[in-house]
Design a protein around this ligand. Sequence first.
Ligand code: GLU
Length: 482
Amino acid sequence: MWYTPSRPCLAPVAAMSPVVRFAPSPTGFLHIGGARTALFNWLYARHHGGTMRLRIEDTDRARSTEAAIAAIVEGLTWLGLDWDGEIVLQSERASRHAEMANALLAAGRAYRCYCTPEELTAMRERQRAAGISVGYDGTWRDRDPSEAPPGVAPTIRLKAPQSGETVIRDHVQGEVRVANSQLDDLIILRADGTPTYNLSVVVDDHDMAISHVIRGDDHLNNAFRQAQIYRALDWDVPDFAHVPLIHGADGAKLSKRHGALGVEAYRDMGYLPEALRNYLLRLGWGHGDDEIISTEQAVAWFDIGAVGRAPARFDFTKLDSVNGHYIRQTDDARLAELVAPRLEQAIGRPLDAAAHNRLIAGMAGLKTRAKTLAELADGARFYVAPRPLALDEKAHRLVADSRTTLDELSRVLAASEWAPPALEETVRRFAEAKGLKLGAAAQPLRAALSGSTVSPPIFDVMVTLGRDETLRRLADAVAAAN
Ligand code: GLU
């Protein structure tokens, strides 16, 4: 090796076990494609007993904000994707990147280019006019630096190979190759001394001992450039896995309408992190026909080579169905915990202990149908809403038409045993005695207790509310009905 690099500030890792990284650019939030890339890296590391690093590629200072970095960290944390060691900020390593550019220069594997921006523009125009491929033509590649024009700050360009091919063996894409004649001598250090993107990525991945680069296939072209930089530095090229991007359900590039949102938007829509994780895993990777794959199974089964080459399609209906599954599996106390903040916001006050208990008790009857926590909160609202309960229009009419029935019924209920079969029996007997159909008693009851004409089974609702709350709600309804 012609140059022995130090590995500043970056912890050594156990030999042989893979080291992967998630390297987002903090330009907004952790979007859904980034989340899946993070998940694949995380699964790869956990499956192989390896290491997962997090590097924030914040070299675009204008667009990288603290808030965006916080959103990424929060998004990953919410999704349950943890990383090893300190977060690496790419911007803090600029001098190390420049050091390597200068080392390449000193070794004759890079050179100073004194072309001005105007000259480069003119070069491109000439190439376009001549119908040849556009790129740097090597003007300064072999020129003597003594010819350097005064007052021009040079860039540093890689002396890229001019013949042969650059070949990448990719775990997802297979073997991909490009003729070196197609790749020009890229700038690795700008005239102002700042490193360019591909150099920074290579130096960071090397210094962080990254063995496997798993990322979106929009970076495949960069991989050729990066491979050339690795070779110029006499560094081992890591394994690559370029994962196809996520498309919308209609096959078009993912847009906001399709679900190209930040992870926090999914949290706000009421998806559980384990459901989103399961869904994202299935986007592009599969284990037979299994739709529901637990995290433990995913860690045990994940295989980057089995990621499909075709773009995966994002489909809200499937996500809803996976989420519904996880909601049904979640225990009632945790569900209540998760929907409580939504309900507190909806009713504008904190839930007291009695309301919280009703919420827990109500979950069993509601979770069988809810596809999101938002739906679950909607359905549960009447359990925690303050008295007097607001009734919707239909419920209001029903209650108004059945005031006497409700008044008499509440007296009978006051003396009933408080369990679903006994309550049903009480209401049935009451209806019979009055010459009413069961529904003529049960429907106004539902309206008065739930504020609507649809609810979980009414006798279950009564048990969930408890005797006191039930009787108070009936009294409110009777008093208000007119
Ligand atoms: N920072 C890049 C991005 O957010 C990823 C670069 C990489 O993984 O090499 O798209």
